[in-house]
Design a protein around this ligand. Structure first.
Ligand SMILES: [Zn+2]
Length: 675
């Protein structure tokens, strides 16, 4: 989804429902620097990640229901314990409940009622499935797709800020419609990819069997799905292409879109989505819509019925009876991601509530988990990092004064959003029933779909958040030019206002610097202070940036992601630039803050060493091989180990702090540096 493409984050978010199964519980947070998490037998100059995290990794094997396990996923899991308390309290009978509590309580109650869910089977989807069954012409596909918003059906319709005029919200259509995580899964020819496609085909067939289709038909249906998705994949942009905003911007009239794919009944589609009056929009991937046109002509009605029925059941499988749920987990959880068991229901229900009613649930969370002093300290730290970036830009040897002035203007325009939104989302128009889990999910999805579309033609809401308060993550939006730090990440072990400065700056300071640097990475730098896609660089400065960024791309392309798969230096370039910039800025800010003061060693580590160990421990995590393989294709972040080692090996202050000899693995001969 485009919104994800243009939201530059620090950690990969939990993937959307069908491929989630990520992230169990024990509370008691460790501190921002924990010496017991280290492995002192490892030389910090040889492998800083294992030196910082080896102890933790030994004591914390990946739980069977997780696809990876680390300090951030553990914190997210701990957050879920508190969210469960909030939800159970809201679900308990009470004489008078405020409407927000009522809503989240009813949602959680319906979600936890496993026997009702099992009894319901696919009843809630019957209307949709019957409608597909009754189609008598391919012209009807459009009105069906319009009824299935955000259910992975063919493509997405959403709203977005106009890339060239960030004050305007316009409509946008984007590629989608695949069951596997990315287009690459359909086109790669290596043995592992071929094997995965065979397993996927068997899974699709299994779901048709569960729907009660005749044994003679299910194979034909699954093959039709595979053919249609493969053709859509061939028309889709790659992940690397999607990092280039210029390739995603094709504003056109509705007539032009209709000319791209005339075999799709756009009039019916826009009328079905309440957008009859739409005259122009952004088409992110014109080639995709051309491919869709050809496909609509080529494939027969029965194949399209199979495709649409698959997507209805696939998008909703996690909320269906156990037969569907388990089959879905077998493929997406086990085969594709490597998890061994399904997470307990309550954890899944907390995730769904966070997904569907995040700002209702988040209100109580923020009240309980985010004390005013944490907010205040985080605000101060953000200001300090911004000041550091100001000095950094002023002192750059490779940038002309002309471009520096524009860069400073952009920096000074960045909006800082900390903890939670000033104004909470209003869910009054969303009906939640205490006994209808799938109905709630479907209504919440439609609510969100229409909430997004209602923005078209209205002024941009700069206060809006794209992450919920309990989220352990952070992001930068190039179109809003803002940095966002949910309450969920502003706590130990990532941030502790009570701990000493060094590891706090090394960890949370570097995260703040990371998000800020995103405004100036290879993608973010293409947007100006107002969030418009507009080149504000002199051509020479642009070239010098690219040279420096390519040093980083070359560096990370050497690292092995898993087995014989290398890290994609192009896909991860923006994140790697942000990681390095983040640490540089955090170090500068920390030095400004403590410069001149005599700081004593703690636990036998100098303040400089504590800064870097704080940074290294931010990445303590291990991931299952299956998920590593998936991330190598879809995740713009490098594996955690390299987010630690890659960055410190480019940093002279690290070499000095640990007295590393030239030639050590953590001392790169040709250091990269952008910001
Ligand atoms: Zn990032």
């Amino acid at each position: 989804m485009l919104r994800i493409a243009l939201m530059l984050i620090i950690l990969l978010p939990l993937l959307a429902a069908p491929i989630a199964y990520s992230q169990s519980a024990s509370t008691g947070h460790q501190s921002v620097l924990d010496v017991n998490s280290m492995d002192p037998s490892v030389d910090p100059c040889a492998d800083f990640f294992t030196y910082s995290c080896g102890g933790w990794l030994k004591k914390n094997p990946i739980p069977p229901d997780k696809t990876g396990w680390g300090l951030s996923s553990k914190l997210a899991d701990d957050n879920r314990v508190l969210l469960r308390e909030i939800l159970e309290e809201a679900a308990a009978p009470a004489p008078e409940k405020d409407p927000v509590k009522q809503k989240i309580g009813d949602y959680y109650t319906a979600c936890m009622d496993e026997s009702a869910i099992d009894a319901a089977g696919t009843a809630v989807l019957k209307t949709e499935l019957d409608r597909i069954g009754r189609m008598h012409s391919k012209r009807d596909i459009a009105s069906l797709v319009a009824r299935m918003p955000n259910r992975g059906s063919l493509f997405d319709l959403q709203s977005d800020q106009d890339f060239k005029d960030s004050t305007q919200v316009i409509a946008e259509v984007d590629q989608d419609g695949l069951g596997l995580p990315d287009r690459d899964y359909y086109v790669k020819t290596d043995p592992k990819s071929v094997e995965l496609r065979q397993a996927y085909l068997a899974h699709v067939q299994k779901m048709f069997e569960l729907l009660g289709d005749a044994p003679g038909v299910v194979t034909t249906e699954a093959q039709a799905v595979m053919r249609i998705e493969t053709a859509l994949a061939n028309g889709s942009l790659t992940q690397v292409e999607r990092r280039n905003p210029k390739l995603l911007y094709h504003k056109m009239t509705r007539k032009q879109l209709e000319a791209l794919s005339p075999s799709f009944h756009w009039k019916q589609y826009f009328s079905g989505t309440g957008q009859s009056g739409l005259r122009s929009l952004n088409v992110t991937a014109p080639e995709f819509f051309k491919a869709m046109h050809a496909l609509l002509q080529k494939e027969d009605l029965e194949s399209w019925k199979a495709y649409l029925r698959w997507h209805v059941v696939h998008a909703n499988a996690p909320y269906l009876s156990s037969a569907f749920l388990n089959a879905d987990f077998e493929f997406f959880g086990k085969t594709l991601s490597g998890a061994q068991e399904l997470e307990p229901r309550w954890k899944r229900c907390v995730n769904y509530a966070d997904n569907d009613l995040g700002e209702a649930l988040g209100q109580a969370y923020a009240q309980r988990a985010f004390p005013p002093e944490a907010k205040q300290r985080a605000q101060e730290m953000v200001k300090e990092i911004e000041q550091a970036m100001e000095h950094d830009i002023e002192g750059l040897s490779w940038m002309s004064p002309e471009t520096k002035q524009k860069a400073l203007e952009k920096l000074h325009t960045v909006a800082n959003k900390i903890g939670y939104p000033d104004k909470w989302r209003d869910y009054r128009a969303l009906t939640i029933a205490r006994d209808d889990e799938l109905g709630n999910v479907l209504r919440a999805r439609d609510f969100e779909f229409h909430r997004q579309l209602a923005k078209i033609g209205k002024p941009v809401d700069r206060g809006e958040w794209s992450m919920t308060p309990p989220t352990v993550n952070a992001y930068y939006s190039p179109q809003l030019n803002d940095i966002n730090f949910p309450a969920g990440i502003l706590q130990p072990p990532f941030f502790d206002p009570k701990a000493d400065d060094a590891p706090n700056y090394g960890d949370m300071g570097a995260t703040i610097g990371h998000e800020l640097t995103h405004g100036f990475d290879d993608e973010g730098r293409q947007f100006d202070a107002q969030g418009n896609l507009r080149d504000w660089w002199t051509p020479e400065d642009g070239k010098r940036f690219e040279q420096r960024a390519s040093c980083i791309s070359d560096q990370y392309s050497q690292y092995v992601a898993v087995d014989d798969i290398k890290v994609n230096g192009q896909l991860t370039m923006g994140e790697n630039v942000a990681d390095l910039g983040g640490l540089v800025l955090a170090y500068m800010a920390w030095q400004n803050q403590t410069g001149g003061k005599k700081l004593d060693p703690i636990d036998g580590f100098t303040p400089e060493q504590r800064f870097f160990i704080g940074y290294g421990q931010g990445w303590c995590a291990e991931t299952r091989d299956e998920t590593k393989r998936m991330y190598a294709t879809i995740d713009p972040h490098s594996p955690d180990k390299y987010r630690a080692n890659g960055v410190v090996s480019d940093t002279p202050e690290f070499q000095q702090a640990f007295q590393c000899k030239a030639g050590s693995a953590m001392v790169r001969e040709n250091r990269c540096r952008v910001w």
